[in-house]
Design a protein around this ligand. Structure first.
Ligand code: ADP
Length: 248
């Protein structure tokens, strides 16, 4: 695959904070429609990696290309979001007083505009898309409930749905199953598997049961660079990975 065919291409990306190298010549390639799990010990650079992709942190050196041509290192956060890169932080952020439906409608109508500029009502296409997202997130039975009344897992799915409403090409998801029940964790794996293909997804996660359920290629980060890459079985058998992460 040539660079032009990649969705996201990181090469030799380094970031230092006061002389400490949080990312050390990190390279990573994500293909269109691919879902990738990123694992690694605390301090490995997972958050910093997401920060450089989304423009929160500017790398000191290295290349970050989106869709093989757009150089992300020269863009600010809003411009990168506008390209179709969505990010979900660990804690769910939803409009608690509004219904599930209204949360999705607001996200659909306000993808990249301030909420106060919302004046038009949902079109037939908007409503069809909301129904589709309610199906994907299994939140259809909760559509008229205030988001604040949802369980922790349901709020996470709603927020993923809100990001989907903005039709991202790439979704970065940080520890989505932290604090979830086993059933919710399993449901989250199904949800993400349903959306991969149409959207590329990078999932940072510590829960190995969940990573196994995802069944996707895994990248292990350690000290700011890639220690191993491959199936979960392959990286789990890697002695260095066991030493720095899995064996702990
Ligand atoms: P992870 O998400 O894998 O736990 P991080 O990307 O948060 O790792 O952090 C990588 C390293 O960089 C850590 O040692 C962390 O303390 C350091 N670091 C991250 N952000 C900053 C910052 N803004 N200032 C100083 N050090 C930072």
């Amino acid at each position: 695959m040539s660079t032009e065919d990649t969705l996201l291409y990181l090469d030799g990306v380094s970031v230092s904070f006061d002389g400490f190298r949080a990312l050390n010549s990190l390279s990573l390639v994500i293909e269109p429609g691919e879902m990738r799990a990123i694992i690694g010990p605390n301090g490995a650079g997972k958050t910093t990696m997401m920060d450089v992709i989304t423009g929160k942190t500017r790398p000191d050196t290295g290349t970050i290309l989106f869709e093989g041509r757009t150089d992300l290192t020269s863009l600010r956060e809003p411009a990168i979001a506008n390209l179709g890169i969505g990010r979900k932080f660990q804690r769910p952020t939803v409009f608690e007083m509004h219904t599930v439906w209204d949360n999705l409608e607001l996200s659909l109508k306000a993808p990249r505009r301030p909420l106060k500029t919302l004046t038009y009502s949902a079109t037939k296409e908007d409503r069809a898309r909301i129904e589709e997202i309610l199906d994907i997130t299994r939140l259809s039975p909760r559509r008229d409930r205030p988001a604040g009344s949802l369980s922790h897992g349901e709020k996470q799915w709603l927020e993923i749905g809100m990001l989907l409403a903005q039709d991202p090409k790439l979704l970065l998801v940080d520890e989505p199953v932290a604090g979830m029940t086993d059933a919710e964790t399993e449901q989250t794996a199904h949800l993400l598997k349903d959306i991969a293909g149409k959207h590329s997804v990078i999932v940072v996660e510590h829960d190995m049961v969940f990573v196994r359920e995802l069944g996707v290629k895994v990248t292990v980060l350690h000290e700011g660079s890639v220690l191993a890459e491959g199936s979960l079985d392959t990286v789990s058998a890697n002695k260095q990975v066991i030493d720095v992460y899995l064996g702990r």
